[in-house]
Design a protein around this ligand. Structure first.
Ligand code: NDP
Length: 337
């Protein structure tokens, strides 16, 4: 039996395009003793994958040319030669982007779906949800009455981060790229205000939305947007630096230069901390419980933008950089059996 894989064909310089990717056919494989055969249900496309397409040193190894991309996958066990997983079980893993996988059960973890579609294991109850939780609750630490600003507010991480700040009693403002997203974060997520950065009067909108300055800035995007944040930071503001998507597609040699931040950080004694979700792995269980409880009680809303079909993975990934997604961007590859 043959299956499709998605390979990295060439390293992009700037924004990836159709030459970055290549589909290939390979054998599906069959499980030996102690192994299972998994069918991919959902693939997660994430901004950090752009970094892995380049060979610059980072906290995670680059993808290899001619090899499958890897990332968050939710899959179902369709054949089991192991006592640890049975046919029908749903698992999540960091797996190659292909339709089937022969794996040892220890390489994946069983997903508790809590009555939700298993896609949630890649969104609100998966890596993006945990990232939002740790950045906001362990670094941002919003307090009642404080002003919190979240960039990338309608995305996978931002949609959760803003709601957590709201639950802590903060006044929460989201920065988004469209009117549709502005409505989404206010009406569905309960953000107090939305600021649209693609409009000419972005700076004025931001200042008007933050008359008392900013106590927590949850940084998802970097670039020019953030230049307008630094002067508004209050004394002892906290800035969890989660991502900087605005600079992920810089061309070779292009520099990411904006307003220098030091004077604002010193003057306001700002705590600015970069982090990756894995830094908090000792606390995954407690964060998962919090998020799952909030979803169950209807206190944490989330959206997923789901493209259908394995061949849609490149389009779904590229859409992250043009703002095509509301909530978590996923690709549905197959139906659950
Ligand atoms: P999103 O679901 O937010 O998708 C990306 C969004 O970013 C787009 O929808 C778009 O929204 C916005 N965007 C794209 N390009 C730009 C740009 N040039 N300037 C401003 N905004 C832009 O992604 P995630 O929630 O998965 O990730 C958000 C951030 O968090 C990323 O920077 C990512 O790398 C980071 N991250 C970090 C982790 C960590 O461990 N530190 C883990 C997970 C994510 P819009 O329409 O509003 O422009």
């Amino acid at each position: 039996m043959k299956q499709q894989q998605l390979l990295l064909r060439e390293r992009p310089n700037g924004l990836p395009d159709e030459n970055t990717f290549e589909f290939a056919e390979t054998d599906q494989g069959s499980p030996e003793k102690g192994e299972v055969l998994l069918k991919t249900l959902y693939v997660s496309v994430d901004p950090y994958m752009r970094g892995r397409m380049s060979d610059a040193p980072s906290y995670v190894a680059p993808f290899e040319l001619g090899e499958p991309l890897t990332g968050g996958v939710v899959a179902q066990v369709i054949e089991s030669n192991s006592d640890d997983l049975k046919k029908g079980d749903i698992v999540r893993g960091n797996l190659p982007f292909q339709e089937y996988h022969v794996q040892k059960p220890s390489h994946v973890s069983k997903v508790q779906t809590n009555g939700l579609d298993p896609s949630a294991a890649l969104s609100v109850l998966g890596m993006p949800g945990l990232t939002a939780y740790f950045g906001m609750m362990h670094i941002g630490k919003p307090k009642e009455g404080e002003t919190v600003v979240v960039s990338g507010a309608a995305g996978a991480v931002g949609q959760v981060a803003g709601q957590l700040a709201k639950q802590a009693g903060a006044h929460v403002i989201g920065i988004v790229g469209s009117e549709e997203k502005a409505s989404y974060i206010k009406e569905k997520l309960g953000y107090d205000e939305a600021v649209e950065y693609k409009k000419d009067n972005f700076e004025e909108q931001l200042k008007n939305a933050c008359p008392n300055g900013i106590d927590v800035y949850y940084e998802n995007v970097g670039g020019e947007i953030s230049d307008h944040i630094w002067p508004l930071l209050n004394t002892f503001a906290r800035v969890p630096v989660c991502g900087a998507i605005a600079s992920y597609n810089l061309e070779e040699g292009e520099k990411d230069i904006g307003l220098r931040v030091q004077q604002f950080v010193v003057k306001a004694r700002v705590l600015m901390q970069g982090f990756i979700v894995g830094d908090f792995s000792d606390h995954y269980a407690e964060a998962y419980q919090e998020l799952a409880k909030a979803v169950e009680k209807g206190k944490l809303h989330f959206e997923e933008t789901i493209y259908e079909g394995f061949e849609k993975i490149p389009e779904a990934f590229l859409g992250l950089f043009s703002g095509a997604n509301i909530g978590k961007q996923l690709v549905k590859v197959a139906e659950k059996e």
